[in-house]
Design a protein around this ligand. Structure first.
Ligand SMILES: Nc1nc2c(ncn2[C@@H]2O[C@H](COP(=O)(O)OP(=O)(O)O)[C@@H](O)[C@H]2O)c(=O)[nH]1
Ligand SMILES: [Mg+2]
Ligand SMILES: [Zn+2]
Length: 318
């Protein structure tokens, strides 16, 4: 059997890139395939009952864009036989094996939000996705405000996140950004209006034409057709549809949240109640002291408290 990578899917027709020849192959899948799930260690699975956990280990699934598969081309029809383990899996967009998510925020219009950034970062952490922070529309913000934003975002750079600043309209900052796509599968995410499409067009000027061709080929009245496609870019791929349109994290217990805050975790050994401290109302909390000493970004801590409240409230509802 040969190994292929799924680049495009329309209904049950898959475009594979053969991993040896790098040529495109059109294949189909006969219904769902047996799939062994990689060990699930996310906080979410801890909430599932034992029964569901066992059922999850071997399931049947359909191949999707981003999958590495084994296929058989010995017969007339090329058939996908097996799906190789996925390192992560998204439903919107319907892709897997994502290497990075570009979290696009505009400096203004809509206004940059640390609340949204922190929420996105928690979700990325939960889903085992690597985020890259992009600030767009830097041409629309006053220089002082931009410098303040850059200063605050340095906190995130120190945590290890990459931050890029672009003006997609004038293609400023685009060339530097182009390098991060190399040999990676990238999804764009962000609120409506932050400039995702404009950024994509700045990166790939030929894209506009391409999206038109696709909608023409799919035709009218066929809007229910399952279609996902990767665009080749800088030896990697960009997913054609943006992700995380509805962003809410799934956390059931307040004590699970702090695990997604590496900056808090590094201080927590100095809290009086080392492992149990939630950094909320406990005495001698190193995280709260860190906020007072400006070692922790104030907004970061404020958002943490807000998220804790949200989790408590959601529990009361059930
Ligand atoms: N001045 C300026 N306008 C931008 C920039 N990026 C996007 N826009 C504008 O912001 C609006 C929303 O952009 P769009 O790409 O459609 O956002 P999307 O909803 O995230 O895809 C459009 O009017 C764009 O022209 C930028 O870097 N600078
Ligand atoms: Mg758009
Ligand atoms: Zn603490």
């Amino acid at each position: 059997m040969k190994k292929g990578f799924i680049k495009k899917m329309i209904s049950n027709q898959y475009t594979l890139i053969d991993q040896e020849t790098h040529e495109e192959v059109i294949a189909t899948a006969r219904g769902k395939l047996r799939y062994m799930k990689v060990t699930e260690d996310s906080s979410f699975s801890k909430q599932l009952t034992k029964k569901t956990k066992i059922e999850q280990k071997i399931t049947t699934i359909s191949p999707k864009v981003g999958d590495y598969v084994l296929y058989d081309d010995s017969e007339d029809q090329i058939i996908i036989q097996e799906i190789l383990p996925r390192k992560n899996d998204l439903t919107r967009p319907d892709v897997c094996n994502v290497d990075q998510v570009l979290l696009v925020f505009s400096a203004v219009n809509p206004e940059f939000s640390f609340h949204l950034l922190d929420k996105f970062l928690i979700i990325m952490n939960q889903e085992h996705l690597t985020p890259v922070i992009i600030i767009s529309k830097i041409d629309l913000i006053k220089i002082n405000a931009l410098n303040q934003l850059k200063e605050d975002l340095k906190y995130y750079e120190k945590m290890g996140y990459e931050v890029f600043y672009v003006n997609s309209k004038q293609r400023i900052g685009i060339d530097v950004l182009a390098n991060i796509f190399r040999s990676k599968l990238t999804v764009l995410a962000g609120q409506t209006g932050v400039g995702k499409s404009t950024l994509l067009n700045a990166l790939m000027p030929e894209l506009h034409l391409k999206t038109q061709e696709i909608s023409k080929a799919l035709g009218r009245g066929k809007h229910t057709t399952r279609h996902t496609e990767l665009y080749s870019y800088n030896r990697g791929y960009i997913v054609d549809t943006p992700g995380f349109s509805k962003i809410e994290f799934v956390i059931f217990h307040v004590d699970e949240l702090k695990a997604f805050y590496p900056d808090f975790e590094s201080l927590s050994p100095s809290c009086r109640f080392t492992s149990s401290c939630l950094h909320l109302n406990e005495p001698s909390c190193a995280v709260k002291e860190g906020v007072e000493k400006n070692e922790i970004l104030a907004s970061r801590y404020e958002n943490y408290v807000t998220f804790c409240d949200e989790i408590k409230n959601q529990k009361e509802r059930y």
